[in-house]
Ligand binder design. Sequence first.
Ligand code: ANZ
Length: 804
Amino acid sequence: MYDHLEVEKKWQKYWADHETFKTDVWDFSKPKFYALDMFPYPSGVGLHAGHPEGYTATDIVSRMKRMQGYNVLHPMGYDSFGLPAEQYAVQTGNNPNGFTQTNIKTFTKQLQELGFDYDWSKMIATSDPEFYHWTQWIFKQLYKDGYAKYVDMPVNWCEELGTVLSNDEVIDGKSERGGYPVVRKNMKQLCIDQAAFAERLLEGLNEIDWPESTKEMQRNWIGRSTGVEVQFEIVGGGKFSIFTTCIETIYGITFMVLAPDGDLVQELMPRIKNQDEVKAYIQETVSKSEMDRTELNKGKTGCRLEGIKAINPVNGKEVEVFIGDFVLANYGTGAVMAVPSHDQRDFEYAIAHNIDRIQVIEGQDVSEHAFEKQDYLGKGCKLINSEEFTGLTVEEAKVAITKKLVDMGIAKETVNYRFREWIFARQRYWGEPVPIVHLEDGTDYVLPDEELPLILPELEDYKGHNGKAPLENATEWKQYNQNGVKGVRETSTMPGSAGSSWYYLRYIDPHNDKQLADPELLKHWMPVDLYVGGPEHAVGHLMYSRIWNNYLYDKGIVACKEPFKKLVHQGMILGENGIKMGKRFPKYVVNPSDIVKKYGADTLRLYEMFMGPLEQSKPWSMAGCDGARRWIDRVYRLFIESGKITDTNDGKLDKVYNQTVKKVTEDYESLGFNTAISQMMIFVNEAYKADTVYKPYAEGIVKMLSCITPHIGEEMWQLLGHESTIAYEPWPTYDEAKLVEDTITCVVQVNGKVRGKFEAAVGSSNEELQKQAMELETVQRQLEGKTIRKVIVVKGKVVNIVAN
Ligand code: ANZ
């Protein structure tokens, strides 16, 4: 038994006093390794048991890399803008910064108690003006280059929160935080044009070592679709365009559908005969969220635009025009050609509104539901009812019909992306101020560099009123009048994802006040070699960072397109009963600090790594934690107290030691920590059985184990007679030649029952094995007075003797 409180305090002090983990980023003499954790939001409740899991994983790898001779950067910081601090400010009237700073102190203390090898001199916080100076600066570049701009668009408006929410902040028509109703509403929004990066983002996915499921989520989120935009004339004058991915079905059009909330309906309004009905339906649509509108199993509502007909350009046929809320105003052109035999939504709409259907692709009954493109694509299905295109395969027809329409001058091939503008403003206080001024002449002005950072002003009242941004309350600050430029400041702030989109760059050079980071350092340290964090960021943060990094690459500021070379998601740590831990289950929340006090940080780290594969979710177990501590004590007794450690090698542990070094090295590299620990357990068991343990073997195991349990690792290293920290000791090596099994265990059966076993040299002949088997005393006893009828050796492992 060792006193974990004393040992852990001692080494934490040693590391801090000696700046053991301070990285000299300018030391380019060694290869670099950049290990990154998704930085926490410093909430009021402190760390939970889930945090140490991912953080320990990067800690183990970064410690191994350091011992392998890499210059390692492993920083930590805080994603410190956000809603909880804002709500605290609204409730108490205090500035959220105070609350945030207190929480940061608590988090830092808790993280230091866990013994992570962070270089605390590089700590950052996104709400720190020194940091958000550069968030504003990057935004400014995006704005100047036209990627950030004001766009009039339908948005998710949450009245209760008084803010616009992004699609991923809306779940089932309610706000992700708080569960308040969300409606669609047209507003001028500050946006970042994500689609401009879509192709690069898709390509980049092929270059990075990320979980396939996360890449697939990003592909779906980007939602690239190729198709054709075709112009349709309106009977009596005018025209509009539709976007389709299935131009081959153009002869199957029986109606058209427009987005109820689009501009086109408004333009047509004077010609519409049933205006009251149409206006009422439009009203109904705007109160629905996008989710409600697009869900497949929702009834297809809508209404006819009486008096409006469109002309199918391929055959001159006149078809009726409808509005329906399943058509979105801001996707494609906001209008569709409806082919109810081949599109399920069109099919349902046609049934609901009693419209004809024309089948134009052979091969399936379309009376019950549409014969969808997934069913006919790539199968060589042929067109029917399509004039000169009848008989062509779908693939041929796509090409031929597109060509015809392009030649007619009414179509063009286009690519659409499901992911649209990234709305880049929130009506909140606790975020980065946007460095834009709205001038009296209606134009916008971006602040000169000397005026950055634009600091958040203190407020008397942190609550926004009547859906307005809280910064509207800063009446003086809002008025801008400098160098003859007069206007009103933008009062929205940036979304939570702004700072986290580039924080990994700032760690490299966190105190630079001239630029976001020195270009030479960025070139050397980027990309991040290993990034560990939760799968919940698969499309939010992990997409936004890729966009910003791609943009900064284009600007020549960073030298690599993709910021995170390898990404791993840790699984969730569940409550003891297998239920997700969280605010709603306070009983089950495991507070890491309590575990650290009772068992020590080393135990917590070891236990969390031994629970199971890193990527899987697993239930917490106090008994398991207890077991982890007992094993550490067992290792300590063996190496420090048993008196078995010697300077001479009797060779008995050669094989298991070399196997252990090989397995642990490989497993750490691939983040297979639970199996690495199992292998070290095997070594310890073997060592207990042995009479002596060769000292270099004990030291090799202590080095490897010290990555997981650094405090006791340092302590044992010292007790084994070393003066300096273990952190920079060379990583143990293994000898291939000693890995091979030189003996096998052979089992002996007499009349089908196991009667003994023996060790034999690898490659022994059947005769030798038989001979050894017969010599066993237990076997001889069974054979007494019997005649051997048959002896069979199976696969050199089992000797079967039949006797009676
Ligand atoms: C005719 C057609 C026939 C279609 C057919 C599909 C199957 P993705 O893959 O998502 O891009 N569409 C186009 N714009 C739309 C909008 N603003 N709101 C809702 N739906 C829209 O899907 C493209 C298809 O979705 C387009 O191809 C169009 O319907 C519809 F057998 O056109 B299709």
